[in-house]
Design a protein. Sequence first.
Length: 135
Amino acid sequence: MALFTAIFYGVYNFFIKVSAGYINQIAGAVILQAVATAVGGGILLFLKITNTPVAISNKGILYAVLAGVFVGLAEITSFFVFSKGVAVSTGVPIIIGGSVVFASILGILFLKETLTPIHLIAVILVIIGVVLLVK
């Protein structure tokens, strides 16, 4: 499933790049989010119709709302970055690599996660890759 998620993110970023020169950043992000809402809503409706249990808690709702705020900001800034002519082969690795590093730091600081030596090496390699792409 993680591989499918990576593919979906890659295609998502590709289409943000392709559309960025043809649409205002805010409009593009709103349309993207509306379509994502329709897709997610359709899947949720299917789960409801098939009587599949769907766990929802106040804490889950809060964190989903916070994630929504930041994904909205990420989409707007992605449209902005790519509308400035940044190549998808440069912008996506910087955005995704940077998000991997930042999420790892948040996990360590706030969720008390630990990095194994191999994971630490991987994060360092991502940082090196991002730095090389920025130059």
